[in-house]
Ligand binder design. Structure first.
Ligand code: MP5
Length: 215
């Protein structure tokens, strides 16, 4: 079993809970309320803004052979923000003065702390967790789609051939990094990957239930 397969196996309960999560189910069945989808859109807009420094720090710390594959992700994320802005404007969702939710805040802080302070291998396992969660979640939506979704561009974004190739590249690099890692480093990579999966679940929960700070 390759390392990325081992990660997925270890995180199976998380993935089983994620695929078919009420947010994804309601999106696939085209019955999700606009206000609920807007929660996700607004927070994910902030998340992607936070992902740019995460990737940028990773690029600066990457081994030479990984850097050139990783660096284009910075521009791709900038581009992705335009998709959020276009969809928000089309659906009258405001992106002004957004207040970040506790879950989105914690997830971004976890990413930045890992990129800055943990090993490159751990941050790469975290990147895989976040990207693979989105690929599997949106591919699940696409596969279970009943009708025409008003949110189709988002569904396509994370389930198309381009994104699949990005995931394949990450899996190949991750397996190479793990091959050269000690057992204790591999354990840390597994833990970070599982935490990323847990945050992904919290993110879907936050989107569907709404979430705010105590005061
Ligand atoms: C991604 C995302 C995918 N946009 N939001 C969350 C909460 N997790 C993962 O990342 P990207 O960089 O948009 O492909």
């Amino acid at each position: 079993m390759s390392f990325h397969e081992e990660l997925l196996e270890k995180a199976r309960p998380i993935w089983d809970t994620m695929l078919g999560h009420p947010f994804l189910k309601e999106t696939a069945e085209c019955r999700i309320e606009d206000a609920v989808f807007a929660n996700w859109l607004q927070q994910d807009y902030l998340f992607v803004q936070g992902a740019i420094p995460f990737i940028s720090v990773m690029v600066s710390r990457a081994p030479l052979c990984v850097r050139s594959g990783l660096a284009p992700a910075i521009g791709a994320l900038q581009e992705e923000l335009r998709l959020f802005e276009e969809m928000a404007s089309k659906k009258n969702v405001s992106l002004d003065n957004l207040r970040i939710t506790p879950t989105c805040h914690a997830y971004i802080q976890f990413m930045l702390a890992t990129a800055h302070s943990a090993s490159f291998e751990e941050s790469f396992a975290l990147l895989y967790g976040a990207e693979k969660a989105y690929f599997d979640s949106w591919t699940w939506v696409k596969g279970n789609l009943k009708g025409e979704s008003p949110w189709q561009p988002f569904i396509e974004k994370w389930s198309d051939e381009n994104f699949q190739q990005w995931i394949n590249w990450i899996e190949g690099v991750l397996d190479n990094l793990a091959d050269q890692a000690s057992t204790s480093l591999q354990e840390k990579m597994i833990e970070v990957f599982r935490l990323a999966g847990q945050y992904e679940l919290l993110f879907w929960d936050m989107a569907i239930k709404g979430e705010s700070w105590p005061v």
